[in-house]
Design a binder for this molecule. Structure first.
Ligand code: AMP
Length: 460
């Protein structure tokens, strides 16, 4: 998963991108970058591995002139965590320069890349997103939006992108609209971001979502919108509401907090925990769902797990060994809350089971009498080919075990997941129009010919 940001027509565009990226750090903590171009500057990029606060220095960003800027936060799959793969990408071509930041996964990137390589193209990264740069450069169309439209024909999969071509800023979403992308306004400047919380931090107001299959172009003459791609059915990622997006954001035009609380309330109806004393969340991503569960079941909501905020999301460790060690570094249990109690532990999802198993052991050793685990999504039984880093079925605990078996592995007294219908009926504008492939096996596209090859991709 990744976060993307763009701003047009601001004298301090790089600084605004920098600020916006702080609110998109949760979408990727492996690398980050900013590109500037436009009036008052020549195209420049700065990139770093790790967190924005550690790697993107204010003085360096402030020295990046130009009134157009895009930014990116990234996490990827194993093996591709290198600075070459940090985004935004910046390249020169016959008509000037192109910069691009991508959230999603292109499922036919292997084929597209092979075609380009057969034609003599050379690549500087292992990212799927780089094929888009080449395709833009190859287009003989004259306007930036027509070049981008050309480039996107025949590209399959998930992409929300912000692009600079010359002095024009473009924003686009794939025709199924897997990943969010919102447009805002800061004074007279157009702003684009994966989530509305990144508009809030820079003081921008929300204008609207970028539509599925839409390209928006912003330049000196104003804002233009085209819909050049063949229409497809909506397939918004339901996991954005379950886990990824921040609860203070609106994604796909709807409040994440509202969705998550409703997921929790529905979970309480479907999977009550009779006789329990209290409810707690696995912070932070399940806070809102746990509040919904507590409200609905009329149980007190307690803070029984404390999260160390100086440690990133556990999954964002590329190796299993790294993930294991991080559980204890990241969480600790509050013994005074748990001792002698029958507790409901609410989490938004179980993927590999690694974190959850460690947490259950921690909660028990803090003195909990009974641990009833409730999950505000359905069992994840399949890989995601559209931007979430779970490509390997063998790693998914629910792909390989029944709910009872999982309960045994985790060491809980009971385990209850939200049903697929319950999940889809709880999210705003559901139940239709969502991608739930990782839960249901209902993939909107044929799976990629070689899913392992997808791992070379951006995975963001
Ligand atoms: P595990 O017990 O190892 O399956 O980890 C479950 C935890 O990972 C839950 O607390 C989720 O909030 C979180 N999680 C779920 N999906 C992802 C993901 N794609 N990337 C990072 N963390 C995730």
């Amino acid at each position: 998963m990744c976060g993307i940001f763009g701003i047009y027509g601001h004298p301090r565009a790089a600084e605004i991108s920098h600020l916006g990226l702080y609110s998109l750090q949760h979408r990727g903590q492996e690398s980050a970058g900013i590109v500037t171009a436009g009036v008052g500057g020549s195209p420049r990029a700065t990139k770093t591995m790790g967190l924005i606060s550690e790697g993107l220095k204010v003085a360096e960003v402030s020295a990046m002139n130009g009134d157009v800027s895009i930014g990116h936060t990234r996490y990827s799959t194993a093996g591709s965590s290198t600075i070459e793969n940090a985004q935004p990408m910046l390249a020169r071509f016959r008509d000037g320069h192109i910069a691009l930041a991508h959230n999603g996964n292109l499922i036919n990137a292997t084929e597209l890349r092979r075609d380009l390589e057969d034609g003599g193209s050379i690549f500087t990264s292992t990212m799927d997103s780089e094929v888009l740069l080449h395709r833009i450069a190859k287009s003989s169309a004259t306007s930036p939006e027509a070049k981008l439209a050309d480039a996107l024909q025949g590209v399959e999969g998930a992409y929300s992108i912000v692009v600079i071509i010359g002095d024009t800023l473009l924003a686009a979403r794939d025709p199924r609209g897997w990943r969010p992308l919102v447009m805002g306004k800061l004074a007279d400047c157009a702003v684009f971001a994966s989530e509305s919380c990144a508009l809030d931090i820079v003081g921008a107001t929300t204008v609207r979502e970028i539509e599925r299959g839409e390209i928006v172009a912003v330049d000196r003459s104003g804002t233009r919108s085209i819909h050049p791609l063949p229409a497809s059915e909506s397939r918004k990622c339901v996991f954005e509401y379950v886990y990824f997006a921040r609860p203070d954001s609106s994604v796909f035009g709807e409040s994440v907090d509202r969705a998550r609380r409703e997921l929790g309330r529905r979970l309480a109806k479907e999977q009550p925990a009779t006789g329990a004393d209290l409810v707690f969340s696995v912070p932070d991503s399940s806070n809102s769902a746990a509040l919904g569960y507590a409200e609905e079941s009329k149980l007190p909501f307690e803070l029984a797990l404390i999260r160390n905020h100086y440690v990133g999301r556990t999954f964002i460790q590329p190796t299993q060994a790294g993930r294991d060690a991080k559980v204890k570094v990241k969480y600790n249990a509050v013994k005074e809350v748990l001792r002698g109690k029958s507790v409901v532990m609410v989490d938004d999802s179980i993927v590999r089971g690694t974190t959850t198993k460690g947490l259950v052991a921690m909660v028990r050793s803090a003195g909990a009498r009974e641990v009833h685990m409730r999950v505000s999504s359905s069992p994840i039984t399949g890989p995601c080919y559209y931007g979430i880093d779970t490509p390997n079925r063998e790693e998914l605990i629910a792909a390989n075990m029944s709910v009872d078996e999982i309960a045994g592995v985790l060491g809980v007294d009971s385990l209850g997941y939200l049903s697929l219908d319950g999940m889809l009926e709880s999210v705003p504008s559901g139940p239709a129009g969502f991608c739930h492939a990782c839960f249901s096996g209902d993939y909107p596209t044929p799976p990629p010919a070689d899913p392992e090859k997808l791992r070379f991709g951006c995975g963001c």
